[in-house]
Design a protein around this ligand. Structure first.
Ligand code: FAD
Ligand SMILES: C=CC1=C(C)c2cc3[nH]c(cc4nc(cc5[nH]c(cc1n2)c(C)c5CCC(=O)O)C(CCC(=O)O)=C4C)c(C)c3C=C
Length: 476
């Protein structure tokens, strides 16, 4: 019977513990989290008047195997009654904007959208998609997202669309991010079908098969594009923690920073501030740098690779306005890096999730996100930036982009240091090298969380499930 130490109580560590806990081969799970709360970046600021402001993820996509897997977990936790779905027909799914040349532009959607020229683009999307079929397959093992999309679909789509999408998923620079690691389905479509258009039409890659439960079937039937929970997405880690607590098999430790881990002949010694814990196996759901700092010198090969995975800092300004202030309606808008490097975009939170508005009176909730890969250049060192200057920058963006000059009635600024890993060129090799090091040195260690195999909440939960299946050799 195994004792497994799970390092990190973000959604990755909690998801791994959830799957471990359900497996009869596991006797005990010890979760060690350095901060005073579980959930990591899943963080919902709840006000006493009922308003909810998401400081991290705000909507989770149900699509694909990883989306189905998360919904199965949500159903298992009994959270079905708390779900807030947003369907593909909802205005928040249909209307997404780019802020280009000082104006908001609705992105093309539906068949008619790809047939005509829609500004800021200079030709119909269909033209780029058809000519793409004739483009030769790339020969590089990896390529930046910008280079890949320029080569296949043209520089305009790379500069406008992909530049913005990378800021809205990785807060990152598409000229540095790896297409193979950030968008594996794009890479696979070219590899297997020789074209993104054909890959999209005919399918490519081999997705794992996850049997959908009732909730995932409902999501498909009702065509959900994304979902949240009544009291915010933080309800998910809270419910997992409650489930783990009730299992009787799991010890949950907050304020328990792991200082060092040392391999022994049969497992590990895990050093925390006030003692040492023995474990047969470690699942690390820590940020890559945090893991690199606690490994012993004998793991130098692993330490260097972990340190090479960089991260970026994002400032999140949550703003509440009285009344309905938006000139357009939709999910929000993204800003390409050449338009304004420091301002990533604005999410119109009250459009997809009006249920999170204050219960009395009409309000508009917005989130302005700033920094990312451009943080240092635009704002300077994160530790020296004041919340007031970030708030001023955020309200200025609302004035400039949305034409609303009145100050917000409530605001909150959060600085998320090193919150999102950057899968730069060669990331897949780094991850392969690390896993080979672990295998060759017989280390009883699994690497999970956003640093390796995908940054979305779904990917991170799935990484926990995969690690447990690999450890215990069975379905979970
Ligand atoms: C602003 C923002 C918006 C996002 N939006 C979306 C979105 O819309 N959709 C989506 O799918 N994803 C989104 N994401 C991404 C997603 O939220 C993250 O990738 C995911 O939550 C990462 O989970 P994790 O468990 O891997 O890491 P983390 O949440 O970073 O958890 C790691 C944990 O380890 C702990 N820790 C660190 N060092 C130690 C130590 N020495 N000992 C013990 N514990 C330690 C930390 O305190 C933390 O709790 C967003 C992220 C951010 C920051
Ligand atoms: C720190 C990372 C992120 C920032 C900054 C961010 C800002 C931001 N995002 C949107 C719009 C969308 N984001 C979507 C999904 C999504 N966003 C992030 C991270 C950040 N977003 C992640 C990790 C994901 C999950 C991606 C996945 O594969 O599931 C979506 C949904 C995507 C879709 O349905 O196609 C939208 C839309 C804006 C406007 C914004 C503003 C700065």
């Amino acid at each position: 019977m195994k004792t497994v130490a799970v390092l990190g109580g973000g959604i990755g560590g909690l998801a791994a513990s959830f799957y471990l806990c359900k497996n009869p081969q596991v006797a005990k799970v010890i979760v060690l989290e350095s901060s005073s709360r579980f959930g990591g970046w899943l963080w919902s600021l709840r006000r006493s008047d009922g308003a909810v402001f998401e400081l991290g993820p705000r909507g989770i996509r149900p699509a694909g195997a990883v989306g189905t897997n998360t919904l199965n977990m949500v159903e298992d936790l009994g959270l079905e009654g708390d779900i807030l779905p947003v369907s593909y027909n909802h205005v928040a799914s249909k209307n997404r904007y780019l802020y280009v040349n000082g104006q908001l532009h609705k992105l093309p959607s539906g068949i008619s959208g790809i047939l005509k020229t829609v500004p800021p683009f200079s030709r119909p999307l269909l033209f780029s998609l058809l000519t793409e079929i004739l483009v030769k397959k790339g020969r590089e093992e990896d390529e930046s997202i910008h280079s890949f999309v320029s080569r296949r679909l043209g520089k305009e789509l790379a500069d406008l669309a992909m530049d913005s999408v990378c800021r809205g998923v990785f807060a990152g620079d598409c000229k540095k991010l790896s297409v193979r690691s950030c968008f594996p389905w794009l890479y696979m479509a070219e590899q297997q079908r020789g074209s993104l258009t054909l890959g999209f039409l005919l399918g490519s890659g081999s997705a794992p098969v996850i049997v959908p439960g009732h909730l995932a079937q409902r999501a498909k039937r009702e065509a959900w594009a994304q979902w949240s929970l009544k009291r915010g997405v933080e309800t998910l880690p809270e419910s997992i923690a409650e489930f783990l607590q009730q299992s009787g098999k799991v010890e949950l430790h907050r304020d328990a920073a792991v200082r060092q881990i040392i391999p022994t002949t049969s497992g590990w010694k895990v050093h925390v501030e006030d003692g040492v814990i023995s474990a047969d196996h470690i699942m690390s759901a820590l940020p890559a740098k945090a893991l690199s700092c606690i490994l012993p010198p004998s793991c130098q090969g692993l330490v260097q690779q972990l340190q090479d995975i960089s991260t970026v800092t994002v400032a999140v300004a949550s703003l509440e306005y009285e009344g309905s202030i938006l000139p357009v309606t939709g999910f929000g808008h993204l800003v390409p890096s050449w338009e304004d490097p420091g301002l990533l975009g604005i999410v119109y939170d009250s459009v997809p999730f009006p249920q999170h508005n204050r219960q009395t009176g009409q309000t508009t909730r917005l989130t302005v996100m700033m920094g990312g890969a451009w943080f240092q250049n635009v704002f300077g060192a994160p530790q020296a930036v004041s919340a007031d200057s970030l708030l001023a920058r955020a309200t200025e963006a609302v004035r400039c982009h949305l034409g609303h000059c009145v100050a917000p009635s409530w605001s909150n600024v959060a600085l998320h240091r090193d919150c999102i890993p950057q899968y730069h060129l060669g990331h897949f090799q780094r991850v392969d090298t690390m896993r080979a090091f672990i295998k060759n040195n017989n280390l009883l260690l699994s690497l999970i969380g956003s640093a390796y195999d995908g940054v979305s909440v779904n990917d991170v939960i799935f990484s926990g499930r995969t690690a447990v299946a690999e450890l215990l050799g069975s379905g979970v």
